[in-house]
Design a protein around this ligand. Structure first.
Ligand code: SF4
Length: 346
């Protein structure tokens, strides 16, 4: 393992410190960050506004990591799944999802996942390891390089492999790089972090970075939720929804609740009414996601009629509740399908 620093993982302040240690002027740190995050340089040698001597000094102590897609699978619905390989040989996946008027990138934060949600493939073998901040940021760098986005910035959702808030410090570090003017300069409106419900970290997130919050809810009562998501035994609905109510929301922002509809388990009219009761008073949107069937799990997708009936109850009670058919199911890129075969080093 190289003892040189990976420049992609450093904040501007850390780049300034490094520049100081190398005897470079303070403003050089901003030039370096521009090369990495705006011009997406892959090596220090290409930083042509630094002298050759400066580049050599920097190269002696630092490098720029990057990802090249090992495979890109394209779905017939337009979404694409990118497979990247870490230096220690693990595969990780990110998904590009075209939607009306914008593009969304779904990012991973861990190899595997320890949360054990019953409907999800990613966590099937538990957690392998956390991603580094550079590995999170490099998913964005690589896809923005590969895709003709032009001036349009994509939306970023932390909903890929792993529970982002279980890799809290690293995820927040990566988000700061994505939000900062010296980094990618994304608007905070474009970034959404999804959680299965790690209550203490939700509280911290609201204080640390001004991003949107999505909560993977999937049940209208503790009994069903604990059956689907073991995290609910530790942080039951009462605690989770109290944290959601306290989450600081900027004007016009809403919390997104993801609700995977599973036939015969959480899709009854009574569940819809119970759900409405739970979420009453929280500025929110409820994404209804009919379950994506896959062989490893016994759950079934509900029929279209019961999905519509569920939605109507929520609409009649004044909730926004779009039905989201998970994209990319033909390339195993849909919700809960990522990382199914990628957890071991080559
Ligand atoms: Fe982890 Fe998310 Fe899968 Fe749950 S749904 S096991 S939190 S990756």
């Amino acid at each position: 393992m190289s003892s040189r620093k990976d420049l992609v993982s450093l904040s501007l302040q850390e780049l300034e410190l490094l520049a100081g240690e190398l005897g470079l002027e303070h403003y050089r740190a901003r030039q370096i960050s521009q090369w990495i995050f705006q011009k997406r340089a892959r090596d220090i040698g290409s930083m042509t506004n630094l002298s050759k001597d400066m580049r050599m000094r920097l190269e002696a102590v630092a490098f720029i990591s990057s990802f090249a897609p090992e495979r890109i699978d394209s779905s017939k619905d337009g979404s694409k799944k990118y497979l990247f390989r870490t230096t220690d040989g693990f595969g990780l996946e990110s998904v590009l999802i075209p939607e009306t008027g914008h593009i969304t990138l779904c990012l991973s934060t861990q190899i595997g996942c320890a949360m054990g949600c019953r409907f999800c493939h990613t966590g099937r073998d538990g957690l392998v390891r956390n991603l580094t901040a550079a590995e999170i940021v490099n998913q964005v760098r690589a896809i923005m390089e590969a895709e003709p986005f032009g001036e349009a910035m994509p939306n970023l959702v932390f909903m890929g492999m792993g529970e982002p808030l279980a890799n809290y410090d690293i995820t927040v570090r990566a988000i700061r790089t994505l939000l900062s003017p010296w980094g990618f300069n994304f608007s905070h409106r474009r970034i959404t972090v999804s959680t299965a419900g790690l209550v203490p970290q939700m509280k911290r997130l609201g204080e640390d970075v001004p991003v949107n919050l999505a909560i993977s809810l999937n049940a209208s009562n503790d009994e069903t939720r604990s059956r689907l998501m073991p995290v609910n035994k530790k942080y039951p609905l009462r605690d989770l929804l109290a944290a959601a109510r306290q989450f600081p929301l900027a004007a016009r922002k809403r919390i997104t609740f993801e609700y995977i509809l599973i036939k015969g388990l959480n899709d009854a009219a009574a569940n819809a009414r119970e759900l409405a009761g739970l979420l009453k008073g929280i500025p929110c949107k409820i994404n209804l996601i009919p379950f994506n069937e896959h062989p490893a799990v016994d759950f079934k997708k509900p029929d279209e009629r019961s999905v519509r009936a569920f939605q109507k109850i929520l609409h009649d009670l004044n909730f926004t509740a779009p039905i989201r058919h998970s994209k990319g199911s033909d390339i195993a890129a849909a919700c809960g399908q990522l990382g199914a075969v990628l957890h071991s080093p080559q």
